[in-house]
Ligand binder design. Structure first.
Ligand SMILES: C[S@@+](CC[C@H](N)C(=O)[O-])C[C@H]1O[C@@H](n2cnc3c(N)ncnc32)[C@H](O)[C@@H]1O
Length: 209
């Protein structure tokens, strides 16, 4: 089992019940994302959690493949999909680091609240570059904190050591943007939600058509 998988399975039902922390910022992120979605688009979301965002974007595109390495998150996504009668979203259990997918097949990729959970943020960013068609968009939302703060300074290394949490690397906003540029992306839009989380919402474009 990959590091963190057990924990994300364990918290899945609670995560699904949790109200959105900052509804205004969430709405703004949906609105920004929709500027880049078109009815014929094929979209990929990794680390989709319980699938709420994929299901909300579904009416605006042709198809969404939404994946997460925690099977309980995906089970909840499938439950919500059936309840909402949505047919153009496919949920699958997969780890973004190892998931086999054909290159250059997606118009838009979403990585929401997941990049800061990766050991090496360059890996998923590079994967997104490969999976996007030329001219495609990678849209992400991340907490930029180069080092854990407060109680997490002590807890996170212990949780990682016992396999409960990924070995997170952490990054500053500048490092995150530099990783995108190193992969070949251009940053076309940035939104900084208010609050203490040092969160940044980025829209990056793979140059091309
Ligand atoms: C903080 S949650 C965010 C969920 C959702 N994107 C959202 O914004 O509400 C992070 C999600 O990423 C998933 N995850 C973490 N590492 C992953 C990996 N390597 N591959 C796929 N999913 C992963 C977790 O299982 C969890 O559901």
């Amino acid at each position: 089992m990959a590091k963190g998988q057990f924990l994300f399975n364990a918290v899945a039902e609670g995560y699904a019940r949790q109200p959105i922390a900052d509804p205004a910022s969430y709405e703004r992120k949906l609105e920004i994302t929709r500027k880049y979605l078109q009815p014929q688009h094929r979209v990929f979301e990794f680390g989709c959690g319980t699938g709420s965002t994929a299901l909300l974007h579904a009416p605006y595109v042709s198809h969404i493949l939404a994946t997460d390495y925690a099977r309980k998150m995906i089970a909840i996504g499938n439950r919500k999909k059936a309840e909402q009668n949505i047919e153009n979203v496919d949920f699958a259990v997969a780890d973004i680091r190892t998931q086999a997918l054909d290159a250059a097949q997606f118009d838009v990729i979403l990585g929401l609240n997941i990049l800061h959970l990766m050991e090496d943020v360059n890996l998923p960013i590079q994967r997104c570059w490969e999976l996007l068609k030329p001219g495609g968009y990678f849209i992400s939302s991340s907490i930029c904190s180069p080092r854990p703060e407060g109680v997490w300074k002590v807890l996170l290394p212990i949780m990682s050591f016992v396999g409960l949490f990924p070995d997170i690397q952490g990054f500053s906003r500048e490092e995150l943007i530099a990783s995108h540029r190193a992969a070949g992306f251009e940053i076309v839009e940035e939104f900084d939600p208010p609050g203490k989380m040092h969160s940044v919402f980025l829209v990056a474009r793979k140059p091309g058509d």
